[in-house]
Each structure stands twice: as structure tokens, then as C-alpha cells.
Ligand binder design. Structure first.
Ligand code: GTP
Length: 349
């Protein structure tokens, strides 16, 4: 045997018996002194320098190595742990045993050292020389593969669980964000869109393309302050909710009902003619009239003034609002509790 290959001691001697080896020892891939002596005698010595790459992950290999001196680092890539192997530990055995096996790690010399390299021919000689020693070695090699596989399965299960937990938390966060966004867009008291909700909706509609013409209806409670003054704020709130309910009941899926603030509401409807828009506006006022016929104390509704008009996608919200507000103003001026139609469309772009 090469003098360099004198049996090294690692302070954890195991005998050459074929019967005793705890699974953890088996997984450590350390040759017994007897095995090492034989492997070193038959294998080919190979010197390595620190930093030298023996093989790369994915390369096909047909040889195994035993470390006689120095240390080798196995890097399995990604976030897997790297392993540092020392004297009498072996690696690359699947390349030898399976043949043309894709290496599962980069093998790099951590220090200058000496390896024993075994190819198929040398391994065959080992079998001829000491079949029982080789059989024991093979049992451990197989055991190591099994243990590695089990640990891989455990890691994959853990990773799967982590992924599931991450997905769950992602769903929960998305749900929360949707809820928050919904809250930001919604008026607390009535559940209708608030002004911000309307603005965002209009921005989104312009992005995807809104109809050329729509109907805008402004609704403002008449003498609402008096309701508050006579019956208190809670009654006033209830009246605002009743108005909101009427708007909600008449709005279709494409329409937007919004509380602009205080006792002022608007309904933006999918409509292209005066008749279409007025059907909505008349429904609102006649429903209010109907409710007012039912005497209630405290009141649950109050008269409303309504201004209605057609608006064009060519113009901005401020133009639309000014146009509908002109109609609302006329409805108020004429005594309220009615609809006023604003005929002329804005012409300026
Ligand atoms: N209960 C209640 N009152 C509110 C709310 N927001 C605003 N108000 C009150 O609504 C009243 C609106 O008063 P005005 O703008 O003078 O309207 P009005 O009394 O209906 O007068 P006209 O429109 O001219 O008939 C104010 O007194 C506000 O304090 C609310 O959320 N709840």
C-alpha cells in the first residue's frame, strides 16, 4: 500500500464486523479501518489542491472517492446544506455503483489532500478480494441512499407545508386587502359608494372604456337639517338610509349609487336617452312620495329634490356634476320634492 495511505485514525473507530452499525453511523459514510486499508490498496491515489473541483452537480460520474487526507465539501445547491467530509469518508459511490449517475452535488477540495479513487475495475477487484467486506460496504451505501431519500421526503413535506401555510396567509391577506379596499370605497352609514369610491370607479371605467353617454341623477334631501333638529341625529341617519335603500333598489348591476356627502346622493346609470334617465329619477321621487303618504313619527323619509341629465364620456366628473347640479338647483328653486331635467348637454370638451 502507498505509504501516504497508512490507515488514518478518526477517533471513532468501528470494527470490520458486518453486523453492527447504527443507522446514523451508516449514514455517515465512514469506512472502517479495515475497509479503508483495502480500498486504499486497490484504489488509485489522487492528489487534490484546495479549491480544486472534482465534479459538478449534474455531471455524469462513474467513480467513487475515499478521503485519505484533507477534506472535501459537497455543495447540493439551492438552500440545501453543504456537507464537509473528512478522512475515511467516501462520496460519489452512486456514480460507481449505478454508472453514469448524475452527481447530486459539487465536490470541491476544502484543503490540499489525498483521495483514493475507485473505478469499476478497481471495485471488481475489491469484490474478488473480499466479498463479505464489499457486501457490508454495499449495505451501508444502500442504507445511506434510503436515509437520504427519507430526509429528502421529510424536507419536501416540510416545504410543502410551508408553501401551504404561505398560500393560506396570502389568501387571507388578499381577502383582508379586498375588504379594506371595499371599506375605503364605502359609506359607513348607508353602504353605498362614497365619493372616493365613485372617483375610483370612474378612473377604472375610463381605463376599460366607459359608454359614450350615461345618465346622472343628483338627489338632495329637502330641509333635512330640520329632521335632525326636530328628531335628533339618529332619526336623520335613518332617513338617509331610507334614501340610500331606494337608490340601491333601483340601481342595476352597471349603475353606481353613491352618497356624495351629508344629505346629497347621486346615481350614475347606464342610459342614453332622456326617457331612460327619467324612468330612474321618477321612480326615486314617486317612491319617496309613496313613503311620505304613510304617517310615521319619527319620520323615516323626507322629501327629496332631484336633478337629472345626460352626461358624455368626453367630459370630466366636475362638468357632469355642474350640469346635474344646475338641474337640482332648479328643482329646489321650484319648491323641492320633484325632479328637474337639464336638457342641454355640455358642448365644451
Ligand atoms: N343625521 C345626520 N345628519 C347629517 C349627516 N351629515 C350631514 N348631516 C346634516 O345634514 C344637514 C344638511 O343641511 P343643509 O345642507 O342645510 O340641507 P337642508 O337642511 O336639507 O337644506 P335644503 O337642502 O336647502 O333643503 C346638516 O345639518 C348636517 O349637519 C349625517 O351623516 N347624519
Amino acid at each position: 500500500m502507498n505509504r501516504d495511505m497508512a490507515v488514518p485514525s478518526m477517533g471513532r473507530e468501528t470494527d470490520n464486523s458486518t453486523t453492527t452499525a447504527a443507522p446514523t453511523d451508516v449514514a455517515m459514510a465512514v469506512l472502517t479501518p479495515g475497509e479503508f486499508e483495502l480500498f486504499a490498496e486497490i484504489g488509485r491515489p489522487r492528489r487534490v489542491e484546495a479549491g480544486q473541483v472534482l465534479f459538478r452537480r449534474g455531471e455524469l460520474g462513474t467513480t467513487m472517492f475515499v478521503i485519505a487526507r484533507g477534506a472535501i465539501v459537497l455543495d447540493f445547491g439551492d438552500d440545501l446544506v453543504t456537507k464537509r467530509l473528512g478522512v475515511r469518508e467516501f462520496f460519489g459511490e452512486l456514480g460507481l455503483l449505478i454508472g453514469d449517475h448524475a452527481r447530486s452535488a459539487d465536490a470541491i477540495a476544502a484543503t490540499d489532500g489525498l483521495l483514493v479513487e475507485l473505478r469499476h475495475e478497481e471495485f471488481q477487484r475489491l469484490v474478488d478480494r473480499d466479498p463479505s467486506l464489499v457486501s457490508y460496504f454495499l449495505r451501508r451505501a444502500i442504507m445511506r441512499v434510503v436515509l437520504n431519500e427519507q430526509s429528502l421526503i421529510r424536507r419536501l413535506r416540510r416545504r410543502n407545508q410551508d408553501l401551504e401555510a404561505a398560500l393560506d396567509s396570502l389568501y387571507a391577506t388578499t381577502h383582508q386587502l379586498n375588504q379594506t379596499e371595499e371599506l375605503i370605497r364605502t359609506d359607513d352609514l348607508t353602504g353605498l359608494y362614497n365619493r372616493r369610491g365613485l372617483t375610483l370607479h370612474l378612473q377604472e371605467s375610463r381605463t376599460v372604456g366607459m359608454p359614450d353617454t350615461m345618465g346622472l341623477i343628483l338627489i338632495d334631501c329637502d330641509r333635512f337639517k330640520q329632521v335632525n333638529d326636530d328628531h335628533g341625529h339618529l332619526v336623520g341617519d335613518r332617513v338617509l338610509q331610507s334614501v340610500a335603500n331606494i337608490l340601491r333598489s333601483v340601481a342595476g348591476p352597471e349603475d353606481i349609487a353613491c352618497r356624495l356627502g351629508g344629505d346629497e346622493f347621486c346615481l350614475l346609470v347606464a342610459a342614453s336617452t332622456r326617457q331612460d334617465v327619467m324612468r330612474f329619477a321618477d321612480f326615486i321621487v314617486s317612491t319617496v312620495h309613496g313613503l311620505l303618504l304613510i304617517p310615521q313619527s319619527p319620520p323615516t323619509i323626507c322629501p327629496v329634490s332631484v336633478g337629472a341629465c345626460l352626461v358624455s364620456a368626453k367630459h370630466e366628473w366636475n362638468d357632469w356634476y355642474a350640469h346635474a347640479d344646475g338641474a337640482l338647483y332648479q328643482a329646489k328653486r321650484l319648491g323641492g320634492n320633484r325632479v328637474h331635467w337639464q336638457d342641454a348637454e355640455l358642448t365644451s370638451a
